[in-house]
Ligand binder design. Structure first.
Ligand SMILES: [Zn+2]
Length: 293
């Protein structure tokens, strides 16, 4: 497939799509009355080729070859529609009403193989402009944010530098705050928001540990005006459970306003009941502030 690939951010940490599918997704968000669920949209060629290699190994195993871990059916970079920004994997396919909205907007389930469950992927959908019943409707433009015109969106992106550089190991009962510098105490925190107003805040966590162990994700609204002891309100975002392969990879959205004088800190901790250490390889945070222009 030739031509220049234009990536349009589809917002809320959901990744990117090509311009026409991205415009369609904004209409789907509006029609659903909530954000469309996206597990993965656009995909890099490197990731596509990795996924392809895993599938081929698993397929060889199914055909009597050496054991390989279970992997979903995947095409390589040259064939994967994800790499062109025209495919999205969505759990909305399991919701009859939401699935009908996607279909009405031209998103076809192209990987339905009910007689071959190894290849059956009801969540995988591809955008077909010729089948989009809403392609001429407003909300389409190629780069407009997914909100009414009089609203602007500001994006604050933060990354825990230590987790990225060397990973962090959390013993049972231990925790830390996201901090954009390495070498600071676990009690030190970076503010993950900027201005005042309504926010969508999405922490992203990658970690490894014993299956069944847990990580607790908490956002702390802290009143910076109350000295010497700041008042904190803690908002429990998620209790993440490490899967049977020893991994957890999760993004969870949390919506709340930030008032003047407040900072928001992202805290990650391992409960005392964990059976072993948890290695955290990534803690990022995307915060979107919605303000009237
Ligand atoms: Zn897919």
């Amino acid at each position: 497939m030739g031509g220049t690939l234009t990536k349009v951010d589809i917002g809320h940490g959901r990744g990117w799509l090509a311009p026409a599918p991205a415009a369609s997704l904004r209409r789907i968000d509006a029609q659903l009355g909530r954000l469309a669920d996206i597990n993965e949209a656009g995909r890099s060629p490197e990731q596509a080729n990795k996924n392809r290699a895993k599938w081929l190994a698993y397929e060889r195993y199914l055909n009597g070859g050496p054991w390989a871990p279970k992997a979903p059916y995947a095409l390589g970079a040259d064939e994967s529609v994800h790499c062109w920004g025209y495919a999205a994997d969505t759990d909305d396919s399991y919701d009859a009403r939401a699935s009908a909205v996607w279909l009405d907007n031209g998103w076809v389930q192209t990987a339905l193989y009910p007689n071959n469950l190894a290849k059956h992927e009801p969540w995988h959908r591809e955008y077909r402009e010729d089948l989009d019943n809403h392609k001429n409707e407003a909300g389409g433009g190629t780069s407009a944010p997914n909100v009414p015109k009089e609203i602007t969106v500001k994006h604050y992106s933060r990354q825990d530098a230590t987790a990225k550089a060397s990973s962090r190991t959390l013993a049972p009962g231990a925790g830390f705050y996201l901090h954009t510098k390495t070498g600071v105490a676990v009690s030190q925190a970076t503010n993950v928001v900027g201005g005042v107003g309504p926010y969508s805040v999405t922490p992203h966590v990658y970690a490894e540990g014993n299956p069944g162990d847990v990580l607790e994700v908490v956002l702390c609204w802290q009143d910076e005006k109350t000295k010497p002891k700041p008042a904190q309100s803690r908002h429990y975002v998620e209790r993440l459970v490490i899967d049977k392969d020893g991994h957890v990879r999760a993004s969870r959205e949390f919506k709340r306003a930030v008032a003047a004088g407040f900072a928001v800190y992202l805290h990650l901790s391992a409960p005392k009941t964990n059976t072993g250490p948890v290695k955290v390889t990534r803690l990022d945070c995307d915060a979107y502030l919605f303000t009237a222009a």
